[in-house]
Write a protein that binds this ligand. Structure first.
Ligand SMILES: NC(=O)c1ccc[n+]([C@@H]2O[C@H](COP(=O)([O-])OP(=O)(O)OC[C@H]3O[C@@H](n4cnc5c(N)ncnc54)[C@H](O)[C@@H]3O)[C@@H](O)[C@H]2O)c1
Length: 324
């Protein structure tokens, strides 16, 4: 596709991943020249489009930081992170090394790159902890329960400092539970992807605990659209990217079983200690400040996800590398 004259140059860290792949698709459609920085430790399996410049390196490496500065992007969508709440509890130091120290290195280089607008992947699922009231609003006290959420909060803290001291403009996107095509279903996180994988293998989906825990499930294309809107309107603060709807694990699993045309009963497995019981996000700020609301209903989103998993299986595409 030819580039739209004047469309901002955008660097996407973690662009080979799940949310990155959908975000890049929209960026290219809008005519943005794009550079991806990704070390491919956890790619989603979709090839990065040919017109995208790729720096295959750790985001904190001298090569990646030099490339970022030389590209002089007008915007930086910072998605690269090691995912996984459980993994972060097992090894908080390596989580912090990648997700905090890596983020600080990228932000420092962004200053030298000419202060692009930053869109930062934070987490509405992990940052609020045991919320006193629901839905969670951005001004509520953030009390993460896992190192992964603490790292996101630290990232937001650094963004505030980089804004005050170095003039970087930013928006911290507090995504809900993102699901959709190309998500890794082989790891520990991603209920929808894991359940799709299991159903297509003829296995019963798994439900942890009583399955009544709730989350805010948001479709990945809606999230990618929010990322693009934030490029043009930095808020210098946080914004929830969720549907404002609480859905239980049981509801998700039952819907997927029905959409798959199966009659299996879910396997119940032990609950995770310290798991948040209820979480969903107030999306009012995203609507007021970004003009964003989730468009894809849960039914449509789950059905499209299941279909894409089926298509990949039929095409014999290799599964993404496991998260842990
Ligand atoms: N998926 C969700 O539900 C969700 C929810 C809230 C926040 N987030 C955040 O959104 C971002 C994207 O998530 P995702 O689901 O697409 O994850 P993902 O694992 O699919 O993508 C992350 C990408 O970052 C790359 N990466 C990781 N560490 C890197 C490093 N040091 N240098 C270079 N590349 C590196 C990986 O190879 C991968 O391609 C992450 O920051 C994640 O924490 C995701």
């Amino acid at each position: 596709m030819s580039k739209t004259r004047g469309a901002a140059r955008v660097v996407v860290t973690g662009g080979a991943g799940f949310i990155g792949t959908h975000t890049i698709r929209l960026l290219l459609q809008a005519g943005h020249p794009v550079m991806v920085i990704d070390d491919f430790r956890h790619p989603c399996g979709e090839p990065v489009p040919g017109e995208v410049e790729v720096v295959a390196a750790d985001m904190a490496s001298p090569d990646a930081l030099r490339a970022l500065v030389a590209y002089r992007p007008q915007a930086l969508i910072h998605l690269a992170a090691q995912g996984g709440v459980t993994r972060s509890l097992r090894d908080p130091a390596s989580d912090a090394l990648n997700n905090v120290v890596g983020t600080v290195a990228v932000l420092r280089a962004a200053v030298d790159a000419g202060r692009p607008t930053i869109v930062f992947a934070s987490s509405g699922g992990a940052i609020y902890g045991r919320a006193r009231r629901l839905p969670s609003r951005e001004r509520d006290h953030a009390q993460p329960l896992a190192p992964y959420g603490a790292a996101k909060l630290a990232g937001e803290g650094y963004l505030g400092m980089f804004r005050r001291t170095f003039g970087l403009r930013f928006t911290a996107m507090r995504y809900g539970n993102v699901y959709g095509p190309y998500q890794d279903g082989t790891g520990e996180a991603g209920l929808v992807a894991i359940s799709c994988d299991r159903l297509l293998q003829g296995l019963a989906p798994r439900v942890t605990g009583d399955g009544q825990q709730t989350r805010d499930f948001v479709f990945v294309e809606d999230v990618a659209r929010a990322n693009l809107l934030a490029l043009a309107r930095p808020l210098d603060g946080a914004v929830n990217v969720g549907t404002g709807r609480a859905t239980s694990v049981n509801e998700i699993v039952q819907m997927l079983i029905r959409l798959a045309g199966q009659t299996l009963s879910p396997d119940q497995i032990a609950g995770r200690p310290g798991e948040v019981r209820a979480n969903y996000l107030d999306p009012e700020r995203a609507e007021a400040r970004l003009g964003w609301t989730a468009q894809v209903s849960l039914e449509q989103g789950l059905s499209r996800t299941l279909e894409s998993f089926r298509a990949r299986l039929t095409a014999g595409s290799p599964p993404a590398a496991p998260t842990a």
